[in-house]
Design a protein around this ligand. Sequence first.
Ligand SMILES: [Fe+2]
Length: 329
Amino acid sequence: MIKIKNNSSRDFLILNLSDPQLKAEEWDFDNKTGKIFKKTVETLIQRVSPDLITLSGDLSYAGDFESYKNFADYFDSFEIPWTCCFGNHDNQDGDKPVQIVIDEYMEHKYFVFEKCDSSLGNSNFVILIEKNGKSAEGVILMDTHDRVPYKADDCGKNLAWGKLTKEQLSWYNDRVCELKEVGCDDSLLITHIPINAYLLAARAAFKNPTPDKSVKLSDTYSPDLWNSGYENSYGVLHEPISAYPEDEGAFDLICRLGSTKNIICGHNHINNWVVNYKGVRFIFGTKTGNGSYWEPEINGGTVIAVNENGVSSVKHEYVDVSSILENKE
Ligand SMILES: [Fe+2]
């Protein structure tokens, strides 16, 4: 378990960035995608002044080593601790390319990471945040892999989005027990692909749980959109939730252990809803930049504030990049 000690009088701020998916050529100075990404990140860092930056997967595409190196050099330049879990695109060519990236990243001063048994995936580890001497928050990062074999669907495909395996759930159970042993009763789970219970949370909270792009971000702050008991939810549902289609058992375990009260994932670039469901806050991280697909009005990141008792608030932060889109900078 990695420890980060923080004795500041303000909350410890985690800035989560989601799904950059930058290719090597997009880091060029004149590239619009690179400009959008850098402006977004630098605006957020200036505005938030985070204590830890987390990347919830899909940094680039497996094998694009130049792009991965650019990430490490770029994030180290801010002199703020940063970390990541890996997404399906990072994992799409198997373990070897990711492990090369990890070895390179671990040479970087501000990269926070702990290698685990590679049979569980490439990014399963825990960061304990100690705030003013108290074990405040366990940040548990877990690898949700790439697609996995699944029964054929109507289109004849036999793959589904990845999931936390039984062995990983056992690992999670052990890490939560370790956190409890050091007096930490609150944890944040960061994955790339949403766990299956995101489907349940959406069904419970949205009056219309069908993706609808006509619902604007500002509309989601109205209680009219949400079922009774879920009026404090917010954020858009603009695409289907790409979770493993069957219950992998993660949520039952989370509820039974009672440690994880916040879960954040990426993967769906144009979902960023936040719903409290059965005592757990389900968060889709706001997408960072326009790599792959996006919607300009939901560009930014997500800030998770931690005090001595755990997570105190969650807020999306948005960055307007219209001047780059209009070629004005
Ligand atoms: Fe993804």
